[in-house]
Design a protein around this ligand. Structure first.
Ligand code: TTP
Ligand code: MG
Length: 341
């Protein structure tokens, strides 16, 4: 039986602002856009005090202002938030090397190999994060990633929630289907159309019916997910048999020329590194982090292991072509894996 933790910071951007300006503690704080609620822009996050007025992420700043004119509106300061994020991630890495960093304020940790009871580890993680950053987080403990993520959200803020396989019917089935990873607004509306609102209602539908509605792969996923089944491994960034380079742009950019030129520089570095260390690799992965910190990868595997600059460049640009470059890019990276001497 695996033991997975999901750690998610509470009101992350707003909590950081309240931490560095203690006069904001206990006040409604809205972080978003350039901090001017008369201008276009959306709420990135709101303090729990502001959420009481109905303010939430992705809401237009002007709407937030209407709901609570007395709230303190602040611009997004990604530089500061990423610094805090790095401190949190390195604190978590002290607990287990098997870590998947999902976003700027959340991560999965696999503690299956540790003897200490999970709730003790979770409490210690909360103490350490509080010590190093002054911030609180909420932690879910479960046998898999799917349930751990649902659990971390159940007692926010500052909570620890354990979900076991025995809790699925009693504590998971009553929740909205939206709580399942991979069920977004579109799937939610579709499911509502066929009379399904809760995870339990989803679990009452046959596999064949779900495949009929959603296709083989998504249908089978929903069938398992509604039963709390998820075998997906943590995607750790640390991989011994690979070499990688990445660069964060000074300013987020959407200029394809600059993006591809940076990629070429990184490819050159990686190819040099392979040759120097006497390795060849088969899989080329390009990673892009957008201005909203959403991070995606595309990979291409070549026929034979290679250290050739031309071949790696070809594979990397095949990957680059498969990204939708609608949003500005914050970071680009390349990795060659499947290395052999
Ligand atoms: P979340 O973890 O979703 O939200 P949160 O940490 O602010 O609040 P909670 O206590 O409910 O976890 O997102 C983390 C940060 O990501 C959040 O502080 C701001 C940013 N973010 C956006 O910029 N836009 C969004 O739509 C969301 C949901 C988050
Ligand atoms: Mg959070």
């Amino acid at each position: 039986m695996r033991r997975i933790l999901h750690i998610d910071m509470d009101a992350f951007f707003a909590a950081i602002e309240q931490k560095r300006r203690p006069e904001l503690i206990g006040k409604p704080v809205v972080v978003g856009g350039n901090g001017d609620p008369t201008k276009r822009g959306v709420v990135s996050t709101a303090s729990y005090e502001a959420r009481r007025f109905g303010i939430h992420s992705a809401m237009p700043l002007m709407t937030a202002y209407r709901l609570c004119p007395d709230a303190v509106f602040l611009p997004v300061d990604y530089e500061e938030y990423s610094k805090v994020s790095e401190i949190i991630m390195s604190t978590l890495r002290d607990f287990s090397p098997i870590i998947e960093e999902v976003g700027i304020d959340e991560a999965f940790l696999d503690i299956s190999e540790m003897d200490t009871p999970p709730e003790e580890i979770a409490a210690e993680i909360k103490r350490r994060i509080k010590d190093t950053t002054g911030l609180t987080c909420s932690i879910g403990i479960a046998p898999n990633k799917l349930l751990a993520k649902i659990a971390s959200d159940m007692q926010k803020p500052d909570g620890i929630t354990i979900i076991t396989e025995n809790d699925i019917e009693t504590r998971i089935w009553s929740l909205s289907v939206r709580k399942l990873w991979g069920v977004g607004p579109k799937t939610e509306v579709y499911l509502k159309g066929i009379g399904i609102r809760t995870i339990g209602e989803l679990a009452s539908v046959s596999l064949d019916t779900l495949i009929g509605h959603f296709g083989q792969s998504h249908g089978a996923y929903l069938y398992k997910a509604s039963r709390g089944i998820d075998e997906s491994p943590l995607i750790t960034h640390w991989e011994p048999k690979s070499t990688s380079r990445e660069t964060t742009f000074q300013k987020d950019i959407n200029n394809y020329q600059i993006i591809s030129r940076s990629l070429i520089d990184l490819i050159r570095d990686v190819a040099d590194d392979l040759k120097q260390r006497g390795y060849k690799g088969r899989t080329v992965t390009v990673k892009i982090r957008f201005s909203d910190f959403k991070t995606y990868t595309r990979a291409k595997t070549v026929m034979k292991p290679t250290d050739s600059l031309n071949e790696i460049r070809w594979a990397a640009f095949q990957c680059l072509k498969r990204f939708e470059l609608k949003k500005k890019v914050r970071l680009i990276g390349i990795r060659v894996s499947g290395l052999e001497k």
